[in-house]
Design a protein around this ligand. Structure first.
Ligand code: MLC
Length: 513
């Protein structure tokens, strides 16, 4: 039982269980005692619906204290949590359901019929629960009648606690399997490295269906047995007003650029804050410097990905350097390799490879893909291009894979291109990432239409994509062309497109928002 992540967390809960865990501004609060009881009830509701250890529970719900309870109830029941972005559309969901074959699905109340139909379409049998944003829905209703006592399921450290899906440069989205040890070890390392103190209060404004908001942020708080202020959605003004009640903040770079546009960001607003952390996308040096000038705080940038949580971090004590992601975590081996997989000397640019107790167990149902992503000696090939300087600081200098990071979300051009290419009247398309003042990068689609165009317009294409792809994947601009530039091998030259449209964007033809 002790290898079950829930028990690790429970061993760190405060002795006084009336101490707060979650505080929603203007809304609900949840103490550690209430958390303990509610996870027992939710775990019982899940197991009564037939969920057994090792089976999947797909969750697509709004951010709420109950959603956190559900995460921990899944872990406690030994089930595998499958968190899904609320922006995912029917086609995306059908694939995840079919691939992961969950025994239970928890969705927003207004999407119950749609989800039930998707379960049928995906050809699986799953109990559909609902959970709303204010603790409403069939799951909390049914859980209310259950006993709070629940014997935590026995799990080994290598058993899977969660599967997080990400798309890719080719083929179907892949589900990264994170074990109890993967999550627990990374949380323990970060908790120590970032110097969590008993009285810390984390201001939580991230979504909770991805690694950053779900695991990095919440797991540190749970290991600390302390409180978090839990905002349902990121709002820069609200967050700045809440700094005075908090000590630690974690955000994506877009959060910081939005703070910088506020007249209320000042040293006074941040007097109780001790640590600002940034990740999920590159933090521009301008943002780092402007934030320091406006608040006196040096943002701590760290680096990681879904397939292993965090890999590196700038130091808590010591120089936090702009443009770097700091040092490998104490329990993470990180190396830079060349094209033939040879390990490169310090100072040379190559692919970042990582190994450690946090690195995922592989992709769900994809042994071949898993094998391809690991080296013979067990390092995970991150696909990021980096370099290590003489002091040991790691910098990310590029990506080996075709990926756009928009507002902290990964968008794979291939997936968007496939969706565009399926539209009637489209011959082919190329999606490229363009610098964007708010989201860091945003997608631009360059589309070749059939002769006559079939009446397709950029707005029409955007509208068609909205129902098929999560909104953050929909390109911010679509341009129609007669052909795409290709090299001698017939491959589309995205670098040429980036160059041509960089000028177009700056000339104001592109919409920057
Ligand atoms: C929203 N939109 C986005 C977007 N977020 N478009 C591109 N990229 C995004 N990230 C869409 C909206 O749906 C809307 O479309 C339009 O853009 C404007 O929306 P908005 O109101 O300005 O956006 P908002 O709701 O405020 O959301 C922006 C945001 C959010 C930055 C707050 O994207 C966010 O919380 N990002 C955090 C992502 C995150 O947690 N990543 C962690 C991954 S884990 P329309 O069509 O309605 O006009 C990971 C590992 C690691 O990467 O290392 O951490």
């Amino acid at each position: 039982m002790k290898d079950n992540l829930f028990e690790l967390f429970r061993s760190r809960f405060p002795a006084d269980r009336s101490r707060p865990f979650i505080d929603v501004p203007g809304g609900a609060t949840l103490s550690y005692g209430a958390l303990e009881a509610a996870t027992g009830r939710y775990a019982r509701a899940l197991t009564d619906a037939g969920v057994k250890p090792g089976e999947r529970v797909a969750v697509q719900v709004d951010k709420s204290p109950e959603a956190v309870v559900l995460y921990l109830a899944c872990v406690r029941a030994g089930a595998i949590l499958l968190p899904l972005n609320t922006a995912y559309q029917a086609d995306e969901l059908e694939y995840f359901l079919g691939d992961a074959a969950p025994t239970a699905v928890v969705c927003q109340p207004h999407r119950k019929d749609e989800m039930t139909a998707l379960v049928g379409k995906a050809g699986i049998k799953a109990h559909v629960f609902t959970l709303g944003s204010v603790g409403d829905g069939t799951l909390p209703e049914q859980a209310a009648d259950k006993a709070a006592e629940f014997e935590t399921a026995k799990r080994g450290g290598d058993d899977i606690a969660a599967i997080l899906y990400s798309s890719g440069t080719t083929g179907r989205p892949k589900g990264a399997m994170m074990s109890h040890t993967n999550l627990g070890s990374n949380a323990a390392t970060l908790h120590k490295l970032w110097g969590f103190r008993p009285d810390d209060v984390l201001l939580h404004c991230l979504p909770i269906f991805h690694t950053h908001g779900l695991f990095v942020a919440i797991n540190c708080v749970l290991l600390n047995g302390s409180a978090m202020i839990f905002c349902p959605k990121f709002d820069a003004e609200q967050a700045i007003a809440l700094f005075k009640r908090a000590t630690v903040f974690m955000g994506v770079p877009t959060f910081y650029t939005r703070f910088l546009t506020s007249p209320n960001l000042s040293p006074e607003a941040c007097t109780s804050m001790r640590l600002f952390i940034s990740g999920s996308a590159p933090l521009l040096t301008e943002t780092f410097e402007a934030f320091s000038a406006k608040t006196g705080h040096t943002i701590l940038e760290r680096y990681g990905m879904t397939e292993g949580g965090m890999f590196t971090s700038n130091p808590l004590d010591g120089d936090r350097l702009a443009g770097t992601v700091g040092f490998p975590l104490p329990d993470v081996d990180l190396r830079i390799t060349g094209e033939d997989g040879q390990v490169l000397p310090q100072g040379e640019v190559g692919i970042i490879e990582v190994k450690g107790p946090n690195i995922f167990k592989g992709y769900w149902n994809m042994p071949e893909k898993t094998k391809a992503e690991f080296t013979a000696d067990g390092f995970f090939k991150s696909g990021d291009v980096g370099v290590i300087d003489a002091r040991g600081y790691v910098s990310i200098v590029g990506r080996a894979k075709d990926l756009i990071i928009s507002g902290g979300y990964n968008v794979y051009p291939k997936e968007v291109e496939d969706a565009i290419d399926r539209l009637e009247g489209v011959v082919e398309s190329a999606v490229i990432g363009m610098p964007h003042p708010d989201f860091g990068e945003a997608g631009l689609a360059v589309v070749v239409t059939a002769p006559g165009g079939g009446g397709l317009t950029p707005d029409g294409i955007t509208a068609s994509l909205r129902g098929r792809l999560a909104n953050y994947k929909v390109p911010k601009q679509v341009v129609l062309v007669t052909e795409l530039p290709r090299n001698a091998m017939g491959k589309v030259q995205k670098n040429v497109l980036r160059e041509s449209y960089a000028a177009l964007w700056q000339a104001g033809l592109g919409k920057a928002s």
